[in-house]
Design a protein around this ligand. Structure first.
Ligand SMILES: [Zn+2]
Ligand SMILES: [Zn+2]
Length: 330
């Protein structure tokens, strides 16, 4: 492909240092790289290579890989305007319903969710039998940006992946943004018989989890220098970020109900809007299909915004197939 015919992402400044190659500044990775390297990273990320997972949903990478019409990507990469609050504080953070009274005990859950939780705790429902369908509560984590740096927040006693996002939005001050990065490269440790994170720059180093005020930071450490009590980080599912279009296609296929249920009423899902990065994508069923929207930037799967090409959509959806969503998040 000649240089002149190569796709250009909107808002990106290209540098011609080497004949036949174009370089640009990638803000996400804080690096200068060639469009060829960018394209290769994006393609590998779509194929599931965890070492480059940060590039999976990058609209600039998609342009360089020739996956989308540059005009469409221009819209996707544009800084979107936040026009609405990501939260509606009358909603249950667990099921997303907004028509029931909220009980403020360990989160904002509705009376229905609170009753189910209570029955589970005492091991007996209104019929006097043990609840069978209740999904046990456990802590989950979300990728959030604090002071411009990606870190992770652990939220105790959540039941689904939507709840951890809802709790972060409700419990943290305005200006919260989510990211979908993982803290390192996943590697198999034969001796310990487990998967663990390794440092991207030095795979001989493991990653340690440091907890401070509810936030989790990761620091690399030599595997043979661990002290008693130090915890080696093991893999977990990163926060899911998608466009409203990809989310609608994905939720249409999602039958395991890992997040909040999709009902005829709009409910926040276990997906962060990739256009703005600050809100949960909301979904509903309408005329037999799933529709998605973002309460903060106004993106809508039924709006007039350019749709992603079906090829990009199918790869984005394939990357989130239920089989890939093993429950690593502990
Ligand atoms: Zn509820
Ligand atoms: Zn949005």
């Amino acid at each position: 492909m000649s240089v002149a015919a190569e796709p250009c992402a909107s808002g990106v400044e290209y540098l011609q240092w080497v004949p036949g190659k174009r370089h640009f500044r990638c803000e996400k990775l804080s690096a200068t790289m060639s469009t060829g390297d960018c394209s290769a990273r994006h393609t590998a990320a779509i194929a599931g290579d965890e070492r480059v997972s940060a590039c999976r949903f990058c609209p600039i990478g998609a342009v360089h890989a020739g996956k989308v019409d540059p005009l469409q990507a221009a819209s996707a990469s544009a800084k979107v305007k936040i026009t609405g609050h990501p939260d509606q504080d009358t909603r249950c953070t667990r099921c997303g319903r907004s028509d029931l009274r909220l009980i403020h005990a360990g989160g904002d859950i509705c009376v229905s969710c609170w009753n189910r939780q209570r029955e589970w705790r005492i091991g007996r429902n209104s019929k006097g039998t043990a609840p069978k369908t209740f999904r046990a509560l456990r802590s989950r984590r979300a990728g959030i940006v604090v002071d411009g740096e990606p870190c992770y927040r652990e939220v105790a006693e959540t039941q689904n992946d939507a709840e951890v996002l809802a709790r972060c939005i409700r419990e943290l001050p305005d200006g919260l943004a989510f990211h979908d990065e993982v803290p390192g490269v996943t590697a198999w440790n034969e001796q310990a018989q487990r998967f663990e994170y390794r440092d991207r720059n030095d795979p001989a180093k493991v990653m340690l989890e440091l907890r401070h005020e509810g936030l989790i930071h990761y620091v690399p450490a030599k595997a043979d220098s661990l002290r008693p009590g130090e915890v080696v980080a093991v893999p977990f599912m990163p926060t899911s970020r998608m466009s409203v279009h990809a989310a609608a296609a994905w939720l249409d296929m999602d039958e395991d109900g890992d997040g909040a249920a999709v009902t005829p009423e709009w409910r926040p899902q276990a997906i962060v809007c990739s256009a703005c990065g600050v809100a949960q994508v909301q979904a509903r069923t309408f005329a037999g299909r799933v529709e998605c929207r973002c309460p903060s930037c106004g993106s809508s799967s039924t709006g007039t915004l350019p749709r992603l090409s079906s090829r990009v959509l199918s790869t984005a959806v394939a990357a989130h197939r239920p089989g890939d969503r093993a429950d690593h998040n502990y």
